[in-house]
Design a protein around this ligand. Structure first.
Ligand SMILES: Cc1cc2nc3c(=O)[nH]c(=O)nc-3n(C[C@H](O)[C@H](O)[C@H](O)COP(=O)(O)OP(=O)(O)OC[C@H]3O[C@@H](n4cnc5c(N)ncnc54)[C@H](O)[C@@H]3O)c2cc1C
Length: 380
C-alpha cells in the first residue's frame, strides 16, 4: 500500500477543502430528526449536489465526478474535518445506491438515482420488523401477486426506520413465497411512502426527537417496475446492502478522525491527566481505522472483496465511537450535559450508543467473526 497521495488526489483534496470552507453553514443545522432540521438538511444536500459534491464516486450523468475510492475517502475526510452537516440522504446514497447500481435495471437507476442524489427523495431502510431484527430471515411482511394491475400488494409492519417519519421511499424485504425456506421466498421492493395504505408512526429516540418511525403497510400496491432484482431473490441482494452498511460505505474513517482531532483540542484546553490515556487511545484507534480502510481500498482496487471482514470493521468502529464520545463527555464534565454544549458531544454520544445495535448487532458480528473468519464451531 502506497501511503503517498498522487498529485491528482491532492488537487482533489484542495478543491474539496476550498468549496467546503466557503460553503459549510457557520451555524450547526437543527437535528435532521426534527421536521425543520430534515428540510434544512435536504436543502444542504441540494447545495452539495449542485456543486457535484453529493455523490463524488457516481457517474457524471447522475451528478457525480466518477471519483475513485481513494478520492471518495479524501472527500469524506475533508467533509468531516470541515464540520459539515450529517447526511440526511445517507441510507439512500451510501447503502441503497450501491445495490441499485449492482442489481437495478437501467430504467430503475435513471428513475431513482438523480432525485436521491439531489436530496429530493430521501430513502428509508425498511428491514427490521418486530420479530425480525438480528434474525432478518424471519421477515413476515408479505407481498401478494396482483396480476390484473401488474404488480404486488404489500402488507405488514416495518420498525426502527431512520428518517422514516418524513422520508419519501422505502427499500425493504417482503415475503413473496410463504412456502419456501426462510431465506428464500423474499423479494426486495422499492415502496413509495406516499402510496395509499401506508401509515407512518414516529418513535422518539433517546433524545426525544421524532425522526425514527414504524411503518405499517395495508394492501399497498407496488408495480413490477419497483421489484429490485428477481422475485424471491431478495436475500442475496440484501447481503450486498449489508456489506455496504458494515463495511466501507457508511462509516468512512473521516467520520471518526474529525472528532478524534477535536478530542485532542478539548484535552489541550483543559488537560486532565486521568483521561490522557483514553484520549491517546481514541486518536490512535481512529488513525488505525483510517489506515486499515486505506488498506481495504487498496485491496479492492486490486480486485479483492470485503466479505466477512466487514464484521470486524463494524465492531471496531462502533465501539471506538462510543469510547471516543464518552471520553469527551468525561473531559467536559457537567458542561457536556448541556444540549448546546461544546460541539455536539452529547448528541454524538447518544447516536454512538446505537452503533453496536444498528447495521447488525455486535453480538451477531462476533458470531460471524468466530464462525467465518476464525473457523470456530457454530454457536448453538
Ligand atoms: C439508531 C438505530 C437506527 C436504526 N435504523 C434502522 C433503519 O433505518 N432500518 C431498519 O430496518 N432498522 C434500523 N434499526 C434497527 C436495527 O437494525 C435492529 O435494532 C437490529 O438489527 C437488532 O434487531 P432487534 O432490535 O430486533 O434486536 P434482536 O434481534 O431482538 O436482539 C436483541 C438482543 O439479542 C441479541 N441476539 C439476538 N440473536 C442473537 C444470537 N443469535 N446470538 C447472540 N446474540 C443474539 C442481539 O445482539 C441483541 O443484543 C436501527 C437501530 C438503531 C439503534
Amino acid at each position: 500500500m502506497d501511503l503517498e497521495f498522487t498529485e491528482q488526489e491532492q488537487e482533489f483534496r484542495r478543491e474539496a477543502r476550498a468549496w467546503l470552507t466557503a460553503n459549510v453553514p457557520a451555524e450547526r443545522l437543527p437535528s435532521m430528526d426534527t421536521r425543520e432540521g430534515f428540510e434544512a438538511h435536504r436543502a444542504w444536500e441540494r447545495k452539495l449536489f449542485d456543486a457535484r459534491w453529493a455523490v463524488v464516486s457516481w457517474p457524471r450523468e447522475y451528478g457525480g465526478r466518477e471519483a475513485g475510492l481513494t478520492e471518495w475517502l479524501i472527500f469524506e475526510e475533508e467533509y468531516y474535518r470541515a464540520g459539515a452537516p450529517g447526511r440526511v440522504s445517507q441510507n439512500g446514497i451510501f447503502l441503497f445506491a450501491p445495490t441499485l447500481f449492482e442489481f437495478g435495471t437501467r430504467e430503475q437507476q435513471d428513475r431513482y438515482l438523480p432525485a436521491m442524489a439531489a436530496g429530493e427523495e430521501i430513502w428509508v431502510q425498511g428491514w427490521s420488523e418486530p420479530e425480525a431484527g438480528s434474525d432478518l430471515a424471519n421477515v413476515r411482511s408479505r407481498a401478494e401477486r396482483d396480476e390484473e394491475r401488474g404488480g404486488w400488494r404489500l402488507s405488514g409492519q416495518k420498525i426502527w426506520s431512520s428518517r422514516g417519519t418524513w422520508g419519501h421511499r422505502l427499500f425493504g424485504l417482503f415475503r413473496t413465497d410463504p412456502q419456501a425456506q426462510r431465506h428464500r421466498g423474499l423479494t426486495y421492493f422499492m415502496v413509495d411512502l406516499a402510496a395509499e395504505g401506508v401509515t407512518v408512526r414516529p418513535i422518539p429516540q433517546l433524545d426525544g426527537e421524532p425522526g425514527f418511525a414504524e411503518v405499517f403497510l395495508d394492501d399497498v400496491f407496488v408495480p413490477d417496475a419497483d421489484v429490485l432484482g428477481g422475485v424471491d431473490e431478495g436475500w442475496k441482494i440484501m447481503i450486498a446492502t449489508t456489506g455496504s452498511e458494515r463495511g466501507l460505505n457508511l462509516r468512512s474513517p473521516g467520520r471518526f478522525a474529525a472528532p478524534a482531532n477535536r478530542l485532542i483540542e478539548l484535552y489541550k484546553r483543559d488537560p486532565r491527566p486521568a483521561e490522557r490515556d483514553a484520549v491517546v487511545r481514541a486518536w490512535m484507534d481512529a488513525d488505525a481505522y483510517r489506515l486499515f480502510t486505506f488498506g481495504t481500498v487498496t485491496k479492492l482496487q486490486a480486485g479483492g472483496a470485503i466479505g466477512a471482514d466487514s464484521s470486524i470493521n463494524k465492531v471496531f468502529w462502533s465501539e471506538m465511537d462510543v469510547e471516543l464520545h464518552a471520553t469527551a463527555l468525561r473531559l467536559l464534565g457537567e458542561a457536556g450535559e448541556l444540549d448546546d454544549g461544546d460541539g455536539g458531544w452529547l448528541d454524538g454520544f447518544l447516536f454512538a450508543l446505537g452503533g453496536p445495535i444498528y447495521a447488525g448487532t455486535n453480538e451477531i458480528q462476533r458470531n460471524t467473526i468466530a464462525e467465518r473468519i476464525l473457523g470456530l464451531p457454530r454457536a448453538k
